[in-house]
Design a protein around this ligand. Sequence first.
Ligand code: NAP
Length: 246
Amino acid sequence: MILILGGTREARDLAARLHSTLGQRVVTSLAGRLADPVAPAGDLRVGGFGGVAGLAGYLSDHGVAALVDATHPFAARMSANAAAAARLTGTPLVRLTRPGWAESAGDCWHRVPDMRAAVAVLPTLGRRVFATTGTTDLEILNLISGTEILLRCVETPPTELGPHVRVILGRGPFSVAAERELFAAERIDVLLTKDSGGAMTGAKLEAARDLGLPVVMVDRPASPSGEGPQSADSVEAAVRLLGFAR
Ligand code: NAP
């Protein structure tokens, strides 16, 4: 059985390829953050494993032949746990992660190491922020003053947010035209986002470029230190590393 640590589009695409096309037994694991996640092909389990020891136990108890860490680039704890549990149990590990976004001509990006640095720089760039930073670390948005924030999430975030933060719900993919319209209607003057990468949510960056808006881009967290897993930047590359390519 192949265990995929999921929560991303790439994880779903890999589950579909391994299970539906290649006939492999696949279990996708989700943290359980969303009440209504998109169901992957194959089997599904939901909820934390209980740290490194819990995941190592799961790998041994279920005879997992290979582990794929296809979690979001910002899910640093789960990736570190996956690397440690794979080492402990000798389970082959593949890290499937989409490439980050790259700045191109006409962009005005401010790269920052984390959300704390982002909220420090934001008020110098604009007063009406469009934020697409997921549902983690949101309490930090409460520290910003003199700035209106429009926050787009897939589901209502669990964090209590100040009156200057308005939440709208939306699940990608989004079109560039729709993003441009939203920015204009809301008089957005700066975009705050994380370097998630991928086409599903990249349209906002094109819209920001078209409108000449600055972007505060939170960099990805560092990968776990030590000998890392084999890395794949696409589903096909992961399939090859797992040994299923023809
Ligand atoms: P995290 O901080 O790295 O992980 C925190 C804990 O959540 C882990 O220690 C683990 O609990 C549990 N967990 C995380 N991913 C899991 C999975 N796929 N299956 C089972 N347990 C999991 O993770 P996060 O940033 O909160 O993200 C949670 C999930 O949301 C991830 O699966 C990720 O792919 C997805 N996601 C995250 C973001 C983001 O911006 N961070 C964006 C989109 C989707 P135990 O220690 O108990 O095992």
